[in-house]
Design a protein around this ligand. Sequence first.
Ligand code: MN
Ligand code: MN
Ligand code: MN
Length: 278
Amino acid sequence: MIADLHTHTTASDGILRPDELVSRAKLHGVDLLAITDHDTLAGLPLAQEVANASDITLVAGIELSCLWQGRGIHIVGLNVDVACPTLNAGVVQQGAVREKRARIIAERLEKAGITGAYEGAKAIAGEAELGRPHFAQFLLATGAVRSAEQAFKRYLGAGKLGDVKQDWPSIEQAVAWVHAAGGRAVVAHPVKYKLTRTKLRELLADFKACGGDALEVISGLQTPNITRDMGLLCRQFELLASCGSDFHSPNFGWQALGGFGKLASELTPVWHDWRIAS
Ligand code: MN
Ligand code: MN
Ligand code: MN
């Protein structure tokens, strides 16, 4: 069975519509697919329609932006009840934080001599949850940078003016929202935070202490060393194991749908007791 439990659609910063994403996942042989858009559940109903019509199991998911020790950490919620009032209140709160953050980024860009960023990014985002990738596209479109990568390096990435994160909830809060919705909470892409070993262990210990369930042992294409190492941490902290591409676009080969190998057999997959997965 191929499980891909971390993907994005046009409901956040992915470039495929939810229906297109499900079709493409099916084409790539994915059997169990979670859509985990940033801080929104909006892509799920359309995706479910397509999943029902084809032989693929859709897991309702979300990727929640959090703050831990002053750092931005992402917690994925999997197999959540999309009708849960607590989770939906959380989504509304996240939307307000995103909106405020976007205004602050635009103000700071204005001070740096780049005008109209809020309106510009908003127009690019359309119906989607407004995020930094939309600002990157705006900066690219206005010629302020030569690539989206450069936009993050100069303006939007960690430590730059677009790095506004003080209002995100704690990981404890995110875990509580996910659990209220009957889901499992997963630390997303642990390697991406570039934490020292000590800090990563501290994060996992804190996550475990607030009831967190799983670790994303595999995030897209990564070296076998990393996969082994994250598997080791997963077992040490007695967490369930998850895997996902973090798919955003067909143009990014390192995040191909379902294209990242299997979890080691000694790990317990996060889906082990889901009825939908059997
Ligand atoms: Mn993203
Ligand atoms: Mn993420
Ligand atoms: Mn993601």
